[in-house]
Design a protein. Structure first.
Length: 246
């Protein structure tokens, strides 16, 4: 049966996050360099973004570059940054046509000036778009995000703007890069790795996790639909009993 028709529109995740992994292994399988995998990964990005917008998922967050990824060979990092600049330039049209707003999370100051410029340009040009918010996690690490939040909140306490006792989950949320986003409902990781790799640790507290062996450049609409169908069959109890939420 057609997968798309099995998706229940009223039960869509309000925030889908994806750890796009496996570009390097995909390239190796083809006897090609890692760069080839990354290039083909951008095609999956476009496919996935458009499919999510069509489905009506309001928030999509993609892990594109982690704080740890800075430790890769310089040649690969430079290549990824170049690819990002190119993709931002090219995809402005796709974002505009699909009424998608671009957002970015992470330690953006550490990105090369050209990336920052292209990023802020596309974010500004798409800021009025309403259908979906696409968030790119760039130079993103959850521990860096939490450290920064703790530093900011400590400064507020030190300057007597808030008291220690008033620090609650909502204040912490307000100091995260994701302050304007709801909690993650569904987290997908491709390439068969079963780990989180420093991604949205706070925000996935109650997310449903979905792992697939598919390598990111091979990730198609059908793989996305399958993940959503799996998500929709799960009972999200949030600590309660099954009877309580029926
Ligand atoms: C994911 O693919 C892309 C980034 C992390 C930038 P990888 O480059 O991690 O691919 P593998 O894991 O080596 O196959
Ligand atoms: C996670 O993938 C980061 C991104 C997808 C951007 P990695 O390939 O860097 O993760 P590890 O190091 O294998 O956990
Ligand atoms: Mg990887």
């Amino acid at each position: 049966m057609d997968l798309l028709s099995q998706i229940q529109p009223e039960k869509l995740p309000q925030h889908l996050a994806i750890i796009m992994d496996g570009n390097g292994r995909w390239a190796k399988q083809q006897g090609m360099l890692r760069a080839f995998g990354h290039e083909n990964g951008t095609k999956s990005v476009r496919r996935t973004v458009e499919a999510c917008a069509r489905l009506g998922i309001p928030n999509l967050t993609l892990y594109a570059f982690s704080t740890e990824n800075w430790n890769r060979p310089k040649l690969e990092v430079d290549m990824l940054m170049k690819l990002l600049i190119g993709a931002l330039k090219k995809e402005l049209k796709t974002l505009t046509q699909n009424d998608i707003k671009l957002n970015a999370i992470g330690n953006l100051d550490t990105l090369p000036a050209k990336v920052k410029k292209e990023l802020s340009d596309v974010m500004e040009k798409t800021s009025g778009n309403k259908r979906m918010t696409l968030t790119l996690a760039l130079s993103y690490g959850s521990r860096e995000e939490l450290t920064r939040a703790i530093r900011e909140i400590s400064a507020l306490v030190k300057n007597n703007i808030i008291s220690t006792g008033s620090i609650d989950e909502s204040i912490i949320n307000q100091h995260l890069y994701t302050q304007n986003l709801p909690d993650v409902d569904l987290l997908i990781r491709t390439s068969g790795e079963h780990r989180i790799s420093n991604f949205l640790l706070w925000q996935i507290a109650y997310a449903e996790l979905y792992f697939t062996d598919v390598l990111w450049p091979d990730f198609k609409e059908e793989d996305l639909y399958q993940a959503i169908i799996s998500y929709q069959t799960r009972e999200r109890r949030f600590g309660k009993t099954s009877e309580q939420i029926k």
